[in-house]
Design a protein around this ligand. Structure first.
Ligand code: HEM
Ligand code: HEM
Length: 177
């Protein structure tokens, strides 16, 4: 396998796994409204949302470690400096999202006086914040706003990948494929 012109296998696996987890985290929140409060289906949606997000957070550590260790393979043909700079900025913004969004989610649950429960096991994550209804509201709003904003940013990321592959016809997407 060519590791000099592609992201390493670990980086590629993590990228696509996290993509799926983020998509499911979004989908469960979009779909939860279809189910009445208090029903099993609604609880399952919300719990799945929590656990997708927490898994994203856990996977961020090995992902960043690989990113630092393995770096980024060059794109051929090379990008103009300004495009490479925007790409780099976008990628760090996406990494920041993968850190901040799950943390805000957990903080929302804790300050709302609730617990993050491990599905089916009855185990509970340690609650690191005291209940505070006002703060819970603010955090939930922020979590919601960032969630909305990243529809656009992730959308831009996907459009950029399509542009590179089909319009510019470089190897940006193949490096991650
Ligand atoms: C990649 C990770 C995550 C993404 C993309 C994400 C995204 C979202 C979105 C789009 C909403 C809907 C906001 C709205 O309808 O106004 C939401 C709500 C929420 N999220 Fe997350 N979230 C993530 C992780 C988490 C985690 C880890 C937790 C907690 C453990 C969490 C807890 C919540 C809560 C409590 C709500 C409000 C639920 C409700 O109104 O019933 N989120 N999230
Ligand atoms: C259909 C969906 C997606 C496609 C086609 C896609 C495509 C790509 C491609 C081609 C790269 C390499 C870019 C480069 O090196 O210049 C990349 C990198 C990256 N992607 Fe995605 N992506 C998708 C979804 C996502 C999602 C949902 C996230 C996270 C929210 C994400 C986060 C990242 C990050 C952080 C990098 C930077 C890698 C690095 O340079 O360290 N991607 N993506």
């Amino acid at each position: 396998m060519d590791t000099t012109t592609r992201f390493s296998a670990g980086q590629r696996r993590l990228h696509w796994l996290v993509f799926i987890l983020v998509a499911v985290a979004y989908a469960t929140m979009e779909l939860r409204g279809e189910f009445e409060r208090g029903t099993l289906a609604r609880t399952l949606m919300v719990q799945t949302h929590f656990w997708m997000g927490i898994t994203v957070l856990l996977l961020l550590a090995p992902r960043l470690w690989l990113r630092i260790k393995r770096g980024v393979p060059p794109i051929a043909p090379a990008l103009p400096a300004w495009q490479a700079a925007i790409g780099g900025l976008m990628h760090w913004l996406l990494y920041a999202f993968l850190l901040v969004q799950p943390v805000l989610g957990m903080m929302t649950v804790w300050t709302d006086g609730k617990q993050v429960m491990l599905p089916f096991g009855g185990l509970v994550l340690p609650t690191l914040m005291a209940p505070n209804a006002e703060l819970a509201h603010t955090l939930e709003d922020l979590h919601g706003t960032i969630g909305e904003a990243f529809y656009w940013i992730i959308g831009f990321h996907i459009v950029a990948a399509i542009y590179h592959h089909f319009v510019r016809k470089d190897d940006t997407l193949r490096r991650m494929g």
